[in-house]
Design a protein around this ligand. Structure first.
Ligand code: G6P
Length: 510
């Protein structure tokens, strides 16, 4: 296969822009908010990067184009492919399977076949884009077969894979009829990154059980064939983070601080404002949180209007059955709590089924006394980290589910088991009654962690390990920006700019 020209290629299910097509066929795009693109943009610019992904639109065909200082490489998906690869296999098979089977995963051979063929298409696009000896970084559960397909097409490139969601225990993973193919797909990479050490351990256990390969510590050895030498695959945790400094700065701006005050005033200046912010997903434990809050009102431990809750539930995967069902359940529960405990002009739960701009989210975080993150299973949970980054005033208390990746790092939070409703209620009341001094001490500890371990450092760590994991022939380069010490990586993090910029550009149709 002829090589492309990009030293660094990111492959993710979605492109990092929201695209709209005008009537004359021209494209408009706006950078979609998200830590991943913010962390990778400087590396892309330095290394002539390309980003391979789906536009989010059915049947959108477009040549690669330049935006945001990188080349965007759209992969086209038909309506059938969206239904089987994205809504089906990715989000109704893998997503529930990898999240502790909170809802039953569905196994359909037609979905699997489409998942495999769409993965081949992503791999072919990456193979076309990447320069000789370049680096390809593949992201998340939608694309687990890309590493092995890409290795066949382009054995000369370094391949990294990062799984943003949990990797399940063997007993659950082995339910998947195509478990072997998935493990072999991932083993096409040189470095497979996970959120938590436990996820990496689960993966290595699956490799041991499902293959004959030798596993030593974090390394798997793949024996060479013919003239090809042995190669090793490393599986390791790299906990992802947010663009903490930008978030911190944003939350300190007078506009955000003023908006936070207005939000509180609009809610009637409650003594206790509880906040939940999630994609409307059954992994997030929104119903458990509402149940705990409802019972606290019922017991009289909390009262309206002295306390109130804001729940932002941004729309997600709305064509998948389990998500539709969840929406109905959450909305019935909110309606019931408001019916029982709300008063004229004062709701108990302010439920918002929208997405908001990052400024509004920052204002909500600054306004909230208690942030409730009650996921039943969550790869990381970046909302928890955003809340912490927004609280330079050292106010607020974070209540955090022990089933999030973030709980491994955010040890100064109040942790809860969201299945234990009494325990969750007791923890919420502990947060309500917490002395200012203790709350500030905890927030200070949380902020130290989040500000030091930001998304830039995460990307630099991963790419640093990837560069080290493969011997590079002298004539070939490595991707820039691989600090080796925490100090260097913090310097790298503070050297980036324009991280929250959202720009719109026009692109002519070909
Ligand atoms: C999670 C996944 C991402 C995904 C995001 C939004 O964070 O790890 O891969 O992009 O949810 O979901 P969506 O299906 O809208 O892309």
């Amino acid at each position: 296969m002829p090589a492309g020209e990009h030293e660094f290629v990111v492959v993710a299910n979605r492109l990092p822009v929201d695209i709209t097509v005008a009537e004359d066929g021209s494209l408009d795009w706006e950078r979609s908010p998200g830590g991943l693109v913010t962390a990778l943009a400087p590396i892309m610019q330095k290394n002539d990067g390309a980003w391979v992904g789906w536009s989010g639109k059915v049947d959108l065909e477009h040549e690669p184009f330049d935006a945001e200082g990188m080349r965007l490489w759209p992969v086209t998906l038909s309506g059938d492919e969206v239904a089987r690869y994205y809504e089906g296999f990715s989000n109704a098979t893998l997503w529930p399977l990898y999240h502790d089977v909170i809802v039953p995963p569905e196994f359909h051979r037609t979905w699997w076949n489409t998942y495999a063929s769409v993965n081949r298409r992503f791999a072919a696009a990456a193979a076309e884009a990447v320069a000789p000896g370049g680096t390809v970084w593949v992201h998340d559960y939608q694309l687990q077969l890309v590493p092995s397909v890409l290795r066949l097409l382009r054995p000369d490139v370094k391949i990294g894979f990062f799984n943003h969601i949990p990797f399940p225990p063997l007993e659950i993973f082995t339910q998947l009829p195509w478990r072997q193919q998935v493990v072999e797909g991932l083993l096409g990479a040189d470095l497979v990154g996970f959120q938590r050490p436990g996820d990496a351990a689960n993966f290595l256990r699956a490799v041991r059980r499902l293959t004959d390969l030798q596993v030593r510590g974090p390394q798997v050895t793949i024996p060479g064939r013919w003239s090809r030498p042995d190669r090793t695959v490393r599986a390791q945790a790299f906990p992802i983070s947010i663009d903490a400094e930008s978030f911190d700065q944003l939350a300190r701006t007078p506009e955000v601080v003023e908006r936070a005050k207005r939000i509180r005033a609009e809610l009637g200046n409650p003594d206790v404002l509880l906040l939940g912010v999630d994609r409307l997903d059954y992994t997030k434990g929104i119903r458990h949180r509402l149940k705990a809050f409802g019972e606290l009102l019922e017991d009289g431990q909390l009262r309206i209007p002295e306390a109130c809750m804001v729940q932002v539930a941004s729309p997600s995967r709305e064509r998948v059955d389990q998500y539709r069902q969840l929406r109905d359940e959450v909305e019935v529960t909110v309606g019931r709590i408001n019916g029982d405990y709300g008063t004229l002009g004062r709701a108990a739960v302010h439920y918002l089924h929208h997405s908001y701009p990052v400024e509004e989210m920052a204002a909500l975080y600054v306004a909230a006394d208690i942030m409730l993150v009650t996921s039943l299973r969550d790869g990381m949970n970046l909302v928890a980290k955003e809340y912490v980054a927004a609280r330079s005033d050292l106010g607020g208390v974070l209540v955090l589910s022990e089933f999030t990746g973030a709980a491994d790092e955010l040890t100064h939070a109040l942790t809860v088991n969201p299945h234990d409703i009494d325990g969750t209620k007791a923890t919420i009341m502990r947060a309500v009654g917490m002395e200012k001094k203790e709350a500030r001490r905890r927030m200070r500890g949380l902020r130290r962690r989040v500000l030091e371990h930001d998304v830039q450092r995460w990307a630099d760590d991963f790419l640093g390990y990837l560069a080290m994991s493969v011997p590079t022939p002298p004539e070939m380069g490595t991707v820039a920006a691989q600090p080796t010490t925490p100090e260097q990586s913090t310097e790298a993090a503070s050297g980036t700019d324009g991280r929250t910029a959202t720009r719109t550009r026009k692109q002519e149709a070909p």
